[in-house]
Every structure is written in structure tokens, then in C-alpha cells.
Design a protein around this ligand. Structure first.
Ligand SMILES: [Zn+2]
Length: 235
């Protein structure tokens, strides 16, 4: 199951650095990708669906895909959300709750989070302030991870079950805190589409790059589907 990883759905500002530019898929390109997914018969599923499938054999639709958005930038609400609704897809948004609490205008507001959650979008945890979580004390990890989880739950009324490691960095202690806090899994920045119930805290994703053509997007996705079908048929 391909888990697509997006950051900004926006045209980057004129003086943006190379990283910001690479993380920014334009709304036009994103719409083209969504149209391709819809016309190609893809169905968006949630991370919950994936875990239930891996653990209990819960059935998935044909051509399942998971769309994820990191960091909760304001364009998640102004650009990604309306396009997702227009094309009939749901997605998972990973929020940095300290930035929302402080009213940083570059990020979504709690009102926007509630609206998207009520419309069926998954709101999951990405820490309080996006630090490197490796080599930290348990107290610090609980503060960053459980604090974030509880803030989202308080605002949406829905249980948070998934975590996204800030900058993709994690260690055994981070995973131990996640499991003790009743998380079901976590996504990484590692590349791949093959998932197993033994590695729910190391879910791999496919990064969508700013400059990539639809042909590249399709090529990645088509390879992924071939692998998914191999998995299904027992290879
Ligand atoms: Zn992030």
C-alpha cells in the first residue's frame, strides 16, 4: 500500500531555499495527481484501515492509497483540503500542536483542525515542537508525544493512534513510549510500500517531490501496485 508523503501544497515564496522548494508541490500539480488517482481507480484508506488489514485481514478496497501531510502548514487547510474534497479522497494530517497553540500563522488553527476532522480527515500526532526525539529522557518523550496526542484529542474528540517522527528520527525509547501510550503505529521518512504487522512503528512512505512530473508520479505508483499485488498473491 503506497503511503504518499506531502508537505506544502503551495507555490514556494520567491526567496525559498532548496529544501522548501523541494517540499512544495503546487496546487495545480497536486490536482493533476488527484485526478490521476481518481481516474485510475485508486481509493484512499486510513492508517487505521491499514493496521486492521495487517492484523486481522480487514478487507481493503482495490488500489488502496494513503495520503499524508506533514507539519500542518496553513495550506493543508487552504489548498490540500478543498482539493481532496473535490476529488473524493480522505487524508492523514500530522500536527505539531505547540505551533497551533501559539497561533503561528504559518500553521492551521484548531478551528480548521476540527472542521477537517469532522469532514473525515485523520488528525494525528507529530510532537509539540518538532525536536529530534532520539537520545531523550522518558519524561521529555512523554511531554512531546502524549502532550501532542492529548491536545488533538481534546480538540477533535477522536482518539489519536498514529505518530510521525519529527525529521524521521527515532530510537527504541521513542517506540517504547509510543506503545505504552496506546499508539498503533508510526510513519517514517524511509522509502518503500511494503508493510508488515511486525513493523507498524516503522511504516515507510513515498515522498512526492515538487518538480516531479506526472509520469514520475505514476511510475512510482505503478511499481508500488505491482509489489502490492505480489504481496497479495503470496510472494
Ligand atoms: Zn515534520
Amino acid at each position: 500500500v503506497p503511503i504518499l508523503m506531502y508537505h506544502y501544497i503551495a507555490v514556494p515564496p520567491p526567496r525559498a531555499d532548496a529544501v522548501r522548494r523541494d517540499l512544495s508541490v503546487s496546487p495545480e500539480n497536486f490536482a493533476v495527481q488527484l485526478r490521476y488517482l481518481r481516474e485510475g481507480g485508486y481509493h484512499s484508506i486510513t492508517l487505521r484501515d491499514l493496521v486492521l488489514h495487517l492484523q486481522t485481514g480487514y478487507p481493503l478496497p482495490e488500489k488502496p492509497v494513503i495520503l499524508t501531510f506533514d507539519d500542518g502548514y496553513i495550506d493543508a487547510y487552504t489548498q490540500a483540503y478543498p482539493l481532496l474534497q473535490q476529488y473524493g479522497f480522505t487524508a492523514t494530517f500530522f500536527l505539531i500542536t505547540g505551533f497551533i497553540d501559539s497561533g503561528n500563522p504559518e500553521y492551521v488553527t484548531w478551528g480548521q483542525v476540527r472542521e477537517m476532522s469532522a469532514a473525515g480527515m485523520e488528525m494525528e500526532a507529530h510532537s509539540l515542537s518538532h525536536p529530534d526525539l532520539t537520545g531523550r529522557s522518558v519524561d521529555y518523550l512523554v511531554w512531546q508525544i502524549v502532550g501532542c496526542k492529548e491536545a488533538i484529542e481534546a480538540h477533535t474528540g477522536k482518539t489519536v493512534r498514529f505518530f510521525n517522527y519529527p525529521s524521521g528520527r527515532y530510537d527504541r525509547q521513542v517506540i517504547a513510549v509510543l506503545t505504552s501510550a496506546d499508539f498503533w503505529g508510526a510513519v517514517t521518512t524511509e522509502s518503500g510500500i511494503t508493510h508488515s504487522s511486525q513493523h507498524l512503528f516503522q511504516l515507510k512512505r513515498i515522498r512526492v517531490h515538487a518538480a516531479e512530473s506526472l509520469a514520475t508520479f505514476v511510475k512510482n505508483l505503478t511499481q508500488q501496485v505491482d509489489e502490492t499485488e505480489k504481496q497479495r498473491s503470496g510472494y
